[in-house]
Design a protein around this ligand. Structure first.
Ligand code: EPZ
Length: 429
C-alpha cells in the first residue's frame, strides 16, 4: 500500500491547477444511462472513484472511452470521457462493485427510469456513518416505482414507466436529490422536489441533463420542477471545478503560510469556506484565473464553525479546517451536523500533537505552538487529506499510511503540493 512522506515547515508558493469535481463527475457519468446516445464529458479528473464507476457502467454494457489530454491542453484540463449506453445488457449492480464506491447506488434511478427495472446492491455503511438510502428509495416510490429489499439488494420495478409526483425530503440529501432529478427526467408528467439539495454539483448535473433535452427548472434552489420527457439525447458537458479540492488547498496555504493561485477555481462555489479563511487571517482574492490564497506573517486566528448543507460550510471541508485550527492562536469549536461519525481524523491529528476534545458532535480544538511529525493512518477520503495539511506544518517527518483513501478524491496531490515547495513524496509499496 502506498504511503506519503512529508517533511513539514515549508511555505507554499506558486500555482495549483484545480481538477474537475469528483462529486459532479460521478452523477454525470451515471446520467449517461438515461440515454442511448453518447454523452461526452470534459475536464474529468483522474481519480480512483472514476475508474471504479467505469467498471460499474461497463458491467451494464455501457461503453466508456477515456481519452487523455489533447496536445496543448492546459495542465488543469482533465480527461475527456465518451460514454454510450446504447444497449443496457444488465440491470444489476452487484455488491462487489457497489460496496467499493457508494455513489454507484445512484444507478438505480436511470436504470428503473429507462429500463423499468433495476437490481442494485445496497451500499452498506462506511467509515463516516451508516449512510442509509431510505430517502433515495422514498423518492423513487413517489414516482411510482415498486421497491423491495431482498438479500441486500434494492429491487426496483416500474414496468409501465415512472410517473411525475411530489417529493418532499425531510432532510437535505445530495444523493436523494440526484436520484429524484434523474428519475423524474424520464417520468410521465411533472415532478416537484421540495427541500432539494442546492450543492453546485446538483446544478452542474441539471445543466447537463437540460443539454440532453431534459426540462428542469429551479436547480440550485430548494424547489426543483421537472417536466418528464420520453427520451434524452446525447450532449457534451465540461465538469465544474472541484470546490472541495479548492478549499483543501486553500486551507493548506493558510496552514503553512505562503501565496498560491488555485487555477480554475471558482470562489462562488465555496464562498462560506473562503469567508471562514478570511476570518482565520488568510487573504483570499478571486481573479479571472482562479482564487488566490495567501497568509503572510499574521498568525492563524481561531474560529467557531458548524457544517451545513450548501451554501453553509461544507462537511467535506470539516476535517481540513480542523487540521488548520490545531495551530490557531486560541481555542476553536467545530460542530459536524451532517454525518454522525466524521471525527476519525481527531485521534490521528492528536498523534501529531494536536489538542482536541470531543463532546458529541462538537470538537474543541486548543491551538498549539507546534506539531511534531509522526506516522499516521488515513481512515477516509477527507480525513486523510487533513493529516496531509497538518503534516505540512509539523516539525520533522510524517508518513501518512493507506493513501488509497486520498487517491479516491485528490488527483496528483503530491505533485500539486510538491510544485509549490512542499517536501512531499509518495512511497510505493
Ligand atoms: C454526498 O454524499 C457526497 N458524495 C458526500 O461527499 C458529501 O459529504 C455529502 O453529499 C454531503 O454533502 C457524493 O456526492 C458522491 P447526503 P451523500 O445524502 O449524497 C442522511 C466525499 O467526501 N441520509 O447528502 O451520500 C445521511 O446519512 C463524500 O466526497 C439519510 O438519512 O450524502 C447524512 O447524514 C463524503 N437517508 C445526510 O442525510 C438517505 O436516504 C446527508 O447525506 C440519504 C441520506
Amino acid at each position: 500500500m502506498d504511503r506519503i512522506r512529508i517533511t513539514g515547515g515549508r511555505p507554499l508558493h506558486g500555482e495549483i491547477p484545480i481538477s474537475g469535481a469528483k462529486n459532479a463527475t460521478l452523477p454525470l457519468m451515471i446520467a449517461s444511462l438515461l440515454t442511448d446516445k453518447t454523452l461526452v464529458l470534459d475536464n474529468v479528473p483522474h481519480l480512483a472513484d472514476v475508474v471504479q464507476l467505469q467498471r460499474i457502467l461497463n458491467n451494464h454494457g455501457v461503453d466508456v472511452m477515456l481519452s487523455g489530454k489533447r496536445s496543448g491542453d492546459a495542465d488543469n484540463k482533465g480527461q475527456t470521457v465518451k460514454i454510450s449506453a446504447e444497449k443496457i445488457v444488465d440491470t444489476t449492480a452487484p455488491y462487489e462493485l457497489v460496496s467499493k464506491m457508494r455513489a454507484s447506488f445512484w444507478v438505480i434511478a436511470p436504470l428503473v427510469a429507462r429500463m423499468g427495472e433495476a437490481r442494485v446492491s445496497l451500499p452498506g455503511g462506511c467509515a463516516i456513518g451508516t449512510r442509509p438510502v431510505d430517502l433515495l428509495i422514498m423518492a423513487l416510490e413517489r414516482l411510482g416505482a415498486k421497491i423491495d429489499i431482498e438479500g441486500g439488494y434494492a429491487i426496483a420495478r416500474a414496468p409501465r414507466g415512472l410517473r411525475g409526483g411530489e417529493i418532499v425530503f425531510p432532510k437535505v440529501t445530495v444523493g436523494g436529490t440526484h436520484v429524484a432529478v434523474m428519475a423524474a427526467a424520464l417520468a410521465q408528467g411533472t415532478t416537484v422536489i421540495e427541500n432539494a439539495a442546492c450543492e453546485p454539483e446538483i446544478t452542474d448535473v441539471a445543466d447537463c441533463l437540460v443539454k440532453m433535452g431534459a426540462r428542469i427548472s429551479g436547480a440550485g434552489t430548494r424547489q426543483i420542477v421537472i417536466e418528464g420527457v420520453s427520451s434524452l439525447s446525447g450532449a457534451r458537458h465540461s465538469v465544474l471545478p472541484d470546490r472541495i479540492e479548492t478549499g483543501t488547498y486553500a486551507m493548506a496555504v493558510a496552514m503553512t503560510g505562503g501565496d498560491v493561485l488555485l487555477q480554475g477555481a471558482r470562489a462562488e462555489l465555496l464562498q462560506s469556506a473562503l469567508d471562514v479563511l478570511v476570518q482565520v487571517g488568510a487573504t483570499v482574492t478571486a481573479t479571472n484565473e482562479g482564487v488566490r490564497v495567501a497568509r503572510n506573517g499574521a498568525g492563524i486566528a481561531p474560529v467557531d464553525v458548524t457544517t451545513e448543507p450548501f451554501p453553509g460550510f461544507p462537511t467535506d471541508l470539516q476535517a481540513q479546517l480542523m487540521a488548520l485550527m490545531t495551530r490557531a492562536r486560541g481555542t476553536s469549536h467545530i460542530t459536524e451536523t451532517i454525518f454522525e461519525n466524521r471525527f476519525m481524523h481527531v485521534q490521528e491529528l492528536a498523534r501529531l500533537g494536536a489538542r482536541i476534545s470531543l463532546d458529541g458532535q462538537t470538537a474543541t480544538i486548543e491551538g498549539v505552538e507546534r506539531l511534531k511529525g509522526a506516522p499516521v493512518m488515513a481512515t477516509d477520503l477527507r480525513a486523510s487529506v487533513s493529516l496531509v495539511i497538518a503534516a505540512l506544518a509539523a516539525e520533522g517527518e510524517t508518513v501518512v499510511n493507506r493513501v488509497y483513501h486520498l487517491d479516491r478524491g485528490f488527483e496528483r496531490l503530491e505533485e500539486k503540493l510538491g510544485q509549490c515547495g512542499a517536501a512531499i513524496e509518495r512511497i510505493s509499496g
